[in-house]
Write a protein that binds this ligand. Structure first.
Ligand code: HGY
Ligand code: MN
Ligand code: MN
Length: 412
């Protein structure tokens, strides 16, 4: 059979159309799990998948699957996909390139009546970013059974609604969670095409990244407690200022983290100060801490945490650290890395193997099947912001690598 290729115009149209499902006002894309914008994006994807004859289902915990049946004997499904939820005021490409890419691959299979031995499934995963319910990778974790129904019943959005309640309001019964769990054996492989979200490919002028390892992550809520007091009447030497302590803690965290390793990163992305008044010394500050590395997370975090405790104690503040999320670093399947490398060479592209500093549902799917990830360059490494951009020719190359991988896995 002649070499097949994806149609970048169709793929770009999907990316543009999906970018319209965003909560305004504000720049970039804000699409939260089980929101009206999420519902509209899913309806769009359902229409696109049904239009080419895929059978579409939605399952608890909010997974959407478009399935193309095997033309021969059947067997476990070859899955490709990613997520459609976003961070607050994020970009148009994160997650979407993998979903739209997987959909475009299905169109190529259908248009060309490609015989496939294994069924092919486009998989759309919910709440990857953790924007609504506070923990990354929630949908994939719940699907493979790493998060229980009880836990989903405790995870709350800012308005107090739990994941389970939001899912039921969306129309998916909580009682179906166990029955629809993804067990080993149901998938032959899971492939995720994704933007790189860093500068490595661009700076090396390489077209395709073949992911070797996906970083591990720990998410913490930190609370720093001091003493609220009068801003005018309390001398500087007698203060227990929680916000000034938080400022020192953040500065030290930035200084200390690189001493732990080349791949160690740590971010405070949210901060809330109480009572938050101009003339009151802050009595309590809450911070989010996102800590990542590709190895030895617990040992490194223990060092950092004890240093943070030391700073708090020196200032007479109490520091409480509660873990809200965590995933281990995962090495992706070597045979799929080899397969992707071979495709890159056969297509005449430049490629390199690389770790991922972002987390991905792929690392959770790796607990039940072989996983491969394809990266395409991000302009200036920008992501999780409205400026996120990947050029169409880069997306086209990545989607063609995905296509060839699906062809290889469904026919082998
Ligand atoms: O936070 C992450 O690494 C991912 O983009 N959800
Ligand atoms: Mn993201
Ligand atoms: Mn993503």
């Amino acid at each position: 059979m002649a070499i097949l290729s994806i149609n970048i115009d169709r793929l770009r149209r999907d990316i543009d159309n999906l970018a319209r499902f965003t909560r305004g006002p504000g720049p970039g894309v804000t699409r939260l799990t089980f929101s009206e914008e999420d519902r509209a994006a899913r309806a769009y994807l359902r229409d696109q998948m049904e239009a080419i004859g895929l059978r579409v289902v939605e399952l608890p915990p909010g997974i959407m699957i478009g399935r193309l049946e095997s033309t021969t004997a059947g067997g476990p499904a070859v899955m490709a996909g990613s997520h459609i939820d976003s961070v607050l005021q994020g970009g148009r490409f994160d997650g979407i390139v993998g979903v739209a890419g997987a959909l475009e691959v299905a169109r190529v299979l259908v248009d060309n009546q490609v015989p496939i031995r294994n069924p092919y499934e486009v998989v759309i995963l919910p709440e990857e970013e953790g924007t609504s319910f506070g923990a990354v990778l929630t949908g994939s974790k719940a699907w493979v059974g790493q998060l229980t129904s009880d836990r989903l019943g405790q995870m709350r959005r800012a308005d107090g609604v739990t994941y389970l309640e939001a899912m039921e309001r969306y129309g998916l019964p909580a009682s179906g969670l166990d029955a629809h769990r993804l067990h080993r054996g149901r998938a032959k492989a899971f492939l995720e095409l994704h933007i790189e979200q860093s500068v490595v490919l661009e700076e090396a002028a390489v077209q395709i990244g073949v992911v070797t390892t996906v970083t591990g992550i720990r998410g913490f809520d930190a609370t720093l407690v001091g003493i609220a007091n009068h801003a005018g009447a309390t001398p500087m030497a007698r203060r227990r200022d929680a916000l000034a302590g938080a400022a020192q803690l953040m500065a030290e965290l930035e200084r200390f983290t690189p001493t732990l390793g080349a791949h160690t990163v740590c971010t405070v992305g949210q901060i809330a100060c109480s009572p938050g008044a101009r003339n009151v010394i802050p009595g309590e500050v809450r911070l989010s801490i996102d800590f990542r590395d590709i190895e030895n997370l617990d040992v490194k975090w223990a060092k950092l945490a004890s240093y943070l405790e030391e700073i708090a104690t020196r200032r007479g503040l109490k520091l409480a650290l509660g873990q809200v999320a965590g995933s281990e670093p995962v090495s992706l399947a070597p045979p799929l890395q080899d397969l992707l490398d071979g495709i890159v060479v056969r297509r005449g592209l430049s490629g390199m193997r690389m770790p991922s500093g972002a987390v991905h549902d792929a690392q959770i799917m790796a607990s039940v099947t072989d996983v491969g990830m394809i990266f395409v360059p991000s302009r200036e490494g920008r992501s999780h912001c409205p400026e996120e951009f990947t050029a169409p020719p880069d997306i086209e190359r990545g989607a063609n690598v995905l296509l060839d991988a699906v062809l290889a896995l469904t026919s082998a």
